[in-house]
Design a protein around this ligand. Structure first.
Ligand code: AFP
Length: 337
């Protein structure tokens, strides 16, 4: 009989066994993120039948309308992690303040930051959704983590990844030893290894951006997107536009096939829309581990020094050559294309 695909738990434990430096709690933490994914996927599969679509009537800390599924996804993350003792702090896009678990410290030093439901505008139209997570460690011997301990540079992440609720439910993660993808088999309730050691092509032919914002962009961003549309077979242009409204879905496509996703800064909002700590940093770690690049347009995402928990950052992410091209346009180094 052929080899049965590796489950998430077995794969992570095997990888951890190979890496003497890894400490115990991380595999369990990642498996628990997988559990959150199973619980949320179950709701999403029947969302139209459960009266969980639409909005709650609330506005979140981001000033955005809260969808019922945002709240359900956030509650699922918090409930799973307040019960498993695997983290000493949680930070969520949906919560203004972090949730601290002093009872779990110092047994566990891990802290989890997450966007519980990415792509909320897609909830009622059965379009792709995701979740993004980042893990950092709190090393102090003599004090509990506070909010400032969560605001760490992307280079300090010990793990990161995402859940993708698409035609399949997938979990993609990295602990700094490559990027691995698992597909949920709903029949047995297990994530099975489906994409081992993902590597992103150095260049793609897809760009993913909301062109409705075109008039808000600085000249360099406009010039780059216009450049992608010019016919030139030598540089495989024009690129194809693909934009789902879900960062996770668009970045996943680019991770596998190559290309670039952009949510650039705007003249009136130079910081852009996406969050550094629980959107840009985790996806930057995944994409860099797969051989790609993630930039603000002027610097590496993972080198950005955080100032506060929910800070925004412009994001260009994907194939290294595509992101470098975009940076050169944005930095005014290629006015002529
Ligand atoms: P929502 O979760 O509020 O829908 O935002 C989704 C997102 O953060 C990211 O997943 C999308 O790529 C991007 O914002 C869509 O933003 P626009 O609707 O402004 O293009």
């Amino acid at each position: 009989m052929g080899q049965f695909p590796l489950t998430l738990g077995r794969f992570i434990s095997q990888k951890q066994a190979d890496d003497q430096g890894a400490s115990g709690g991380l595999p369990g933490l990642l498996v628990q993120v997988g559990l959150v994914g199973k619980l949320i996927a179950q709701d999403l599969r029947r969302a139209g039948l459960l009266n969980i679509l639409g909005t709650t009537g609330q506005i979140n800390v981001q000033g955005e309308t809260v969808k019922k599924l945002d709240e359900i996804a956030n509650e699922t993350f918090v409930k799973v992690f307040e019960q498993n003792g695997l983290v000493c702090a949680l930070a969520s896009e949906e919560l203004e303040k972090p949730v601290l678990f002093p009872e779990n410290w110092p047994q566990t030093k891990y802290m989890l930051l997450f966007d519980p439901l990415d792509g909320s505008s897609n909830t009622d139209s059965n379009m792709p959704l995701g979740a993004i997570f980042s893990v950092v460690r709190f090393e102090s011997k003599d004090r509990m983590p506070t909010e400032d301990a969560l605001a760490r540079k992307g280079t300090e992440q010990v793990a990161a990844g995402y859940l993708l609720y698409g035609s399949s439910t997938m979990l993609v993660y990295t602990v700094g030893q490559g990027v691995h993808g698992f597909t949920l088999d709903p029949g047995i309730g297990e994530y099975l290894l489906s994409h081992e050691s993902i590597l992103i092509p150095a260049r793609g032919k897809v760009y993913s951006v909301n062109e409705g914002n075109y008039q808000k962009w600085a000249a360099g961003t406009k010039q780059y997107v216009e450049y992608l549309k010019i016919f030139d077979t030598a540089t495989r242009r024009p690129y194809s536009g693909r934009y789902s409204g879900c960062l996770v879905a668009d970045v996943h496509r680019i991770l596998l096939d190559g290309g670039i996703y952009l949510y650039p800064g705007e003249l009136a909002k130079p910081e852009g829309k996406l969050r550094l700590l629980y959107e840009a940093n985790p996806l930057a770690l995944v994409v860099e581990q797969a051989g790609g690049r993630a930039s603000t347009g002027t610097m590496r995402i993972m080198d950005v020094e955080p100032k506060q928990l929910h800070q925004r950052v412009p994001l260009l992410i994907g194939s290294s050559n595509d992101v470098r091209d975009a940076e050169e346009f944005i930095q005014g180094k290629r006015p002529g294309g």
